[in-house]
Ligand binder design. Structure first.
Ligand SMILES: [Zn+2]
Ligand SMILES: [Zn+2]
Length: 339
């Protein structure tokens, strides 16, 4: 089979490699689509210099083979099922995993492929092997939408972290891909209103077209009702400060966007105290989030809202073009479809 490996900043190679052999608890997935997210952009631009690396962690595909022990399990994926695939590794035994908080698993993600390359998903390939428990059937969803299962699960997780309830007023800082997923989930789950706060006019217009009740600049925050839950999807001090300004008394602020180089922000201690604000973080996702994301995809209820987030589609042979496009702004999701 073919697999794409990023070998140094700006270079990606397609190599021939044997199809993965599955174990008794695994399934083999023939990949339909792989979305490119900021992690792939960082690997490709050199911001995260880990080489050679098999990138691609937002994957959908069809089950080609099911291990014997997996096939005997209740609700096991079956040959031919379209699935959204959880490619992150969690140890399952650390105290966080054991307490149901596997998003903060203590064991590092990633593993080595047989040729010594580092796997950060290895989804830019024709096939991938995963434990059956990591393949989530999504019925007859659009395979491109199914490839958004991972980011969608992250946003389901974010809503859980923010203790979102129907009827809450929601503010989303940032109208990029992750901001848009927060918008669509808020609308789907009957938020009283969803406001998108975004500096870029094109993205504000797009957010309104996608159903945002308001789309405003950070300077306009004070003109709107304050939010019960604020999702900060951008990793900057300004975005966090905007989040505090958008928050109602008693609100929950979820710091969703972030990377290791996010500058520290000063916590407004008195405000947190006097206004009883809850500040929390949201990172990655957990099986319960995948379950909800798969259900949302399976029903097709989000299809109309997900469709505008497909920026472009490329064949595996053009993975370099796809990576170049997704490393430049502004895109929502660029997809690679191995065929
Ligand atoms: Zn991702
Ligand atoms: Zn763990």
């Amino acid at each position: 089979m073919r697999i794409a490996l990023v070998t140094s900043p700006g270079s990606v190679e397609i190599r021939e490699t044997p199809r993965p052999e599955i174990g008794e608890d695994d399934v083999l997935v023939r990949i339909a689509a792989c979305g490119l997210c900021t992690m792939e952009a960082k690997l490709y631009t050199g911001a995260m210099p880990v080489y050679p690396v098999a990138a691609g962690h937002e994957v959908s595909g069809r089950i080609e083979q099911v291990g014997a022990r997996a096939a005997a399990l209740e609700d096991a994926p079956a040959v031919g099922d379209l699935v959204t695939v959880d490619l992150l590794t969690r140890c399952g035994t650390c105290r966080h995993c054991r307490s149901g908080n596997s998003a903060i698993c203590a064991s590092p993600q990633g593993s080595l492929l047989p040729d010594g390359s580092i796997s950060m998903g290895a989804g830019l390939a024709e096939y991938v092997r995963v434990p059956a428990a990591h393949a989530w059937p999504v019925g007859d969803a659009d395979p491109l939408h199914a490839a958004m299962g991972e980011p969608l699960a992250c946003v389901v997780h974010s809503f859980r972290r923010g203790s979102f309830q129907p009827g809450d007023r929601v503010a989303v800082i940032g109208g990029g891909f992750m901001g848009r997923l927060h918008l669509l989930l808020g609308k789907h789950h009957q938020a009283r209103s969803v406001t998108v706060i975004e500096t870029d006019g094109t993205r504000r217009t797009a957010a309104l077209a996608a159903g945002a009740d308001h789309a405003v600049t950070p300077e306009e925050i004070d003109e709107l009702p304050k939010a019960d839950v604020v999702f900060v999807t951008i990793a900057s001090r300004e975005a966090i400060a905007a989040g505090f300004r958008a928050a109602a008394d008693g609100a929950r602020l979820v710091l969703f966007g972030g990377s290791h180089d996010t500058p520290d922000a000063v916590l407004p201690g008195y405000e947190v105290h006097r206004r009883q604000l809850t500040v929390t973080g949201s990172y990655s996702q957990e099986p319960a989030d995948w379950r909800a994301a798969a259900a949302l995809l399976r029903g097709g209820t989000l299809a109309d809202r997900l469709a505008p987030l497909v920026t472009s589609r490329h064949e595996l042979a053009d993975v370099d073009k796809a990576l170049t496009e997704s490393s430049g702004s502004p895109v929502f999701r660029v997809f690679v479809e191995p065929r």
